[in-house]
Design a protein. Structure first.
Length: 647
């Protein structure tokens, strides 16, 4: 386990009323007993006192590091206690203590204990860090402060800035070399689509700048996650001032319907949370499944897949991430495996049907595919991948997910809102109606002859209006506090710059480059009838997957659709199979990086808001990369086998 994994808001005690060291130790013993970590309060209390007699754990500057090695522990713990009023602790500098960090570990894990102690000590070397912890108002804030990495010398302190500047400069130079040499071929499709203009010097310069700014935004976001809005804002400002796009185009590219949908769902979810709906659902999950974390994990992953496939990935993530966070709080489980697991399964399962992901609808219209076509080609592969990924994740996170919890379920504290069963039942009915209407949104659009996705946006807005009106004074709080406005602004700016790649012809040139590459590759022992189709399927699926890990998948799909249409036009055998490669690449690619899909960013925003932790790029990639390639390989093998059955 990494150092950050031992930190949890569940193990933060803020401002307990204590006047002496003994009172503090009694508070700690009681706290740990209630959590089910220790079995004997009195023995633990006495052990702490005995350990202090060997030498004070008050290291000075108002900090104490008490610690115990215990045979009964299955893992290590870090318990943080911030005191409102400093107490006498017999510290080595004689100063009172107001920050106590207790380390618990098994006797065989001494190395792990020393590593955790070293990490905490490093983070507390700066006076500013201690001051921020003392002034912190929530457990989440303290966790966020301790998981932020501080550097010592000038280079290490500013290394990310240097990496960002160097990467931006190098990519700009590379793009100045590459884009002038990429030409879109002249044919009936490129003439009709007016794509040939992208070969002109004016548009080439726009391509260089838009690609450079977008890649700089991606790099900056990954390196400076806390400053992502600033990075995205700066990039958008550059594109506007340089004339790459005008203000009206920028607003159009911000995907306002998607933004309205996310805002509306955040308000609705906040309301459901406030009435205790999620606590009620959690209580029922625990009652039915029991204290078996791996079973609970699998059920949540499966549910996220089904929900993501039929009502969309963003809706599924908004609902299930909050359920997972609340559930982990109740059972003292690490939240991260649930968060990243829900994202992976939701992204994979968004290919189940044409309504699970916006690109599904886009591809369906472009390829004249029906709902039954999706059931035949997409559903089996997507569902199979989702199930397999769930089992793989259980294996990967087996150390975080014990087979059974040593906890008395009757002692689990559920929010008192659960007592208001009538209000919860009303919320439950509203929730089911909402999900049902979202699932039927496309059909409602057709019946009412509305523009595509009008109902998808209108239904949540209607629910918001009804809820805010019914809640009266609390309605304003649902809007102001229930919506993560920081993330909403980031989404708007990022969507605008991602769409600008299509607008300037970047993704279109890349798609034709793929076609040229495929024509140069041959496969031995494969019939010429299938060779080019297989090569194009592999290239398009992998290219779409990798690029969708860094760019919103819709512009990528929009750029590649004309290529597939062109391949059908020139008579490529079994070309319909390419639509499914496009679908799986776009959906599965979302798992590759933190910004691979809107669902990822929504989930991470909720994780940061409720847990006070940030997922770093390297930590995400460690899990996202293998999951991505396993899913893509399964999809490719399944599709290649079925090429003879494709038109």
């Amino acid at each position: 386990m990494k150092f950050e994994d031992f930190l949890s808001k569940s193990y933060v005690i803020l401002d307990p009323k204590v006047k002496t060291k003994k009172e503090l130790f009694k508070i700690l013993a009681s706290f740990l007993y209630e959590k089910g970590i220790i079995k004997n309060e009195e023995k633990f209390f006495n052990d702490l006192l005995e350990n202090e007699k060997k030498g004070t754990t008050g290291i000075g500057e108002g900090i104490a590091f008490p610690h115990l090695m215990m045979d009964e522990l299955g893992r290590s713990y870090i318990i943080i206690t911030r005191l409102k009023k400093p107490i006498d602790y017999n510290s080595i500098d004689g100063k009172p203590v107001n920050l106590v960090i207790l380390f618990l570990s098994h006797k065989d894990n001494r190395e792990e204990y020393l590593r955790n102690l070293s990490q905490i000590a490093r983070r507390l070397q700066k006076e500013q860090t201690i001051k921020e912890i003392i002034e912190a108002k929530t457990p989440e804030s303290i966790i966020l402060i301790l998981t932020s990495k501080y550097k010592e010398n000038f280079w290490t302190k500013n290394s990310r800035v240097f990496y960002f500047l160097i990467t931006t400069f190098v990519t700009f130079i590379l793009f100045k070399i590459i884009f002038p040499s990429l030409d879109i071929p002249e044919n009936e499709i490129t003439k009709a689509s007016n794509y040939l203009k992208f070969n002109e010097i004016l548009w080439i310069n726009k391509q260089i700048l838009s690609a450079s700014v977008f890649l700089a935004t991606v790099t900056g976001t990954l390196l400076f996650w806390h400053h992502r809005v600033a990075i995205a804002s700066l990039g958008l400002g550059v594109l506007l001032l340089s004339g790459v796009m005008d203000i009206h185009t920028a607003i159009e590219f911000m995907s306002i319907p998607t933004i309205l949908f996310i805002i509306s769902m955040m308000v609705i979810i906040s309301y459901f949370e406030s009435v205790g709906l999620f606590d009620y659902l959690i209580l029922n999950i625990i009652k039915r499944i029991g204290p078996y974390p791996r079973r609970i994990f699998f059920i949540l992953m499966l549910f996220s897949g089904i929900l993501g496939g039929f009502v969309g990935e963003i809706t599924a993530i908004l609902v299930l991430v909050l359920i997972a966070i609340s559930l982990c709080d109740k059972l003292d489980l690490e939240v991260f495996p649930f968060i990243i697991g829900l994202v992976f399964t939701t992204n994979n399962a968004s290919a189940l049907t044409m309504i699970g992901n916006p690109i599904g609808i886009y591809i369906a219209f472009a390829g004249h595919l029906t709902f039954l076509d999706f059931l035949r080609w997409a559903t089996p592969i997507s569902f199979g991948c989702t199930i397999l990924i769930s089992f793989i994740l259980i294996f990967i996170f087996r150390n975080y997910l014990p087979k059974v919890l040593k906890i008395d379920l009757k002692k689990i504290i559920i929010s008192q809102n659960v007592n208001n069963i009538k209000k919860i039942k009303v919320a439950e009915i509203l929730f089911l109606i909402l999900i049902f209407l979202i699932g039927l949104s496309k059909k409602i659009d057709q019946i009412l002859k509305l523009e595509t996705n009008t109902t998808l946006v209108a239904i949540p807005l209607l629910f918001v209006g009804l809820i805010v009106f019914a809640e009266k004074k609390n309605g304003k709080n649902l809007i102001t506090k229930g919506v993560d406005w920081w993330s909403i602004i980031f989404f708007m700016f990022l969507f605008a710059k991602a769409a600008c790649l299509e607008y300037t012809g970047v993704t279109i040139k890349l798609s034709y480059s793929i076609l040229n590459l495929a024509k140069k590759i041959s496969i031995p022992f494969i019939s010429p009838e299938y060779t080019l189709t297989i090569i194009l399927l592999i290239i398009i699926t992998i290219f779409t997957g990798i690029t969708s890990g860094f760019v919103d998948n819709l512009p990528i799909i929009a750029a590649l659709v004309p290529v597939i249409k062109n391949l059908k036009f020139i008579g490529l055998a079994h070309s319909n199979i390419l639509w499914w490669g496009l679908l799986f690449g776009g959906c599965f690619g979302g798992n590759l990086t933190m910004i691979g899909s809107s669902a990822n960013m929504v989930a991470l925003s909720l994780y940061e808001k409720y847990e006070g932790k940030v997922v770093h790029f390297s930590n995400w990639l460690k899990y996202g990369l293998p999951i991505f390639f396993i899913s893509i390989i399964i999809a490719l093998i399944s599709l290649i086998i079925q090429i003879p059955f494709s038109l």
